[in-house]
Design a protein around this ligand. Structure first.
Ligand SMILES: [Zn+2]
Length: 373
């Protein structure tokens, strides 16, 4: 991770770079800013820069052994702590390293808490930094460093730390060994236990400028600058939120195309192609296939409403409205209920672990009959 990869926050970048260059990095530094403001990437760039054996033009070189370890998330003197779910009595962060590496790979620019919950396969219990993790941290920070001058602990979301865990870390954070650096990364510093908060030096990271967020979205997702700007604006500059909107948009578009295909093939009674269509939907993950069925039911309902010419009640995107002009007349009192029943039945059967290919093909065949009425 290079400083130039950090989205916005040039001042904070300059500040931390100078702290490291001048050997003035405090023992415990807190990087904080609202959710959706990239902060974890800065902590990672700092650790890599601190450890780099050949800093070049204010950046880590990217090629020394240390940089290579950092870039494969395996640096021997860099440790990560983060909220996790208690699997067993002595669970600590080490039990979640595969998930954590996936997280860092999938969120290179901005840390997305919702994604972390998904990776933890969270069953509604809230993740925390639990007391066993404090023992893990103390043990690691007590070891002599392997290759570097400094050991670094990056703690993501210290506000999720339990009090018993925090109490065991106080001494270490207050009087650390000379070769220990703590970088804490918080979405909500007000929720950090005061005993920990007061022992840190702090840098606040504001939201990146709207144009910066838009530029990032345009680059990463290959969308036009104008669309990117609109999404950045509706997310109010929150990078995670903007990405969620964009992903939902992409899915909506994908579902729209699949819905048109279903209705056209059903109308033409193209059974062989409908079989392929069913297999494609079945190949989606189960929850995604279920979202598609909900989407299809909504489209059928919207098209029925549009037949009634009650504009206020219609919620369609531009592309959906365009398709609706020709399609809506096919949805009427004679088939709406039975069409909706078909989507609901397929959803229930897929949820119940039925064979999705067979369920969807069966549904498609019924639609060929219903759409003719
Ligand atoms: Zn290097």
């Amino acid at each position: 991770m290079r400083f130039s990869d950090i989205l916005g926050n040039e001042r904070a970048v300059e500040q931390v770079r100078a702290l490291i260059d001048n050997e003035r990095l405090p023992h415990a530094l807190l990087l904080h800013g609202e959710p959706g403001v990239p902060k974890l990437a800065l902590a990672r760039a700092m650790a890599q820069y601190l450890h780099c054996e050949n800093r070049t033009d204010g950046e880590p070189c990217g090629v020394c052994p240390s940089c290579r370890q950092h870039e494969s998330f395996n640096h021997t003197d860099t440790f990560y702590s983060f909220p996790f779910i208690k699997k067993e009595e002595d669970s600590n962060c080490d039990d979640f390293m595969p998930e954590w590496r996936d997280f860092l790979k999938e969120c290179p620019v901005v840390e997305d808490y919702q994604l972390w919950l998904q990776l933890l396969k969270n069953d509604n219990s809230q993740p925390h930094i639990l007391v066993k993790e404090s023992e893990n941290i103390v043990r690691k920070m007590n070891m002599s460093s392997f290759v570097s001058k400094y050991k670094v602990l990056i703690m993501w979301l210290p506000e999720k730390m339990r009090e018993d865990c925090a109490n065991k870390l106080l001494k270490l954070i207050e009087e650390p060994f000379d070769d220990c650096k703590f970088i804490l990364v918080s979405d909500n510093p007000k929720e950090i236990l005061p005993t920990i908060f007061s022992r840190t030096q702090r840098i606040e990271l504001p939201r990146p400028a709207m144009a910066t967020v838009a530029g990032y979205l345009a680059n990463r997702y290959g969308i036009g600058q104008e669309d990117a700007m609109a999404i950045a604006a509706s997310a109010d500059g929150n990078v995670c939120h903007a990405e969620h909107l964009l992903q939902a948009d992409n899915e909506n578009h994908e579902f729209h195309l699949k819905f048109i295909e279903l209705m056209r093939l059903a109308y033409m009674r193209e059974l062989a192609k409908l079989k392929v269509w069913s297999e494609e939907i079945a190949a989606m993950k189960r929850e995604k296939a279920r979202r598609f069925l909900a989407y299809a039911a909504r489209q059928v309902r919207e098209n029925y409403i549009s037949n009634l010419h009650i504009g206020d009640l219609n919620y369609m995107t531009g592309e959906e409205r365009q398709f609706s002009v020709k399609f809506a007349p096919f949805i009427n009192e004679g088939n709406i209920e039975r069409l909706l029943d078909e989507f609901t039945r397929a959803d229930i059967e897929i949820q119940g672990n039925g064979n999705a290919k067979i369920i969807l093909f069966d549904m498609a065949i019924k639609i060929t009959i219903l759409i003719k009425k």
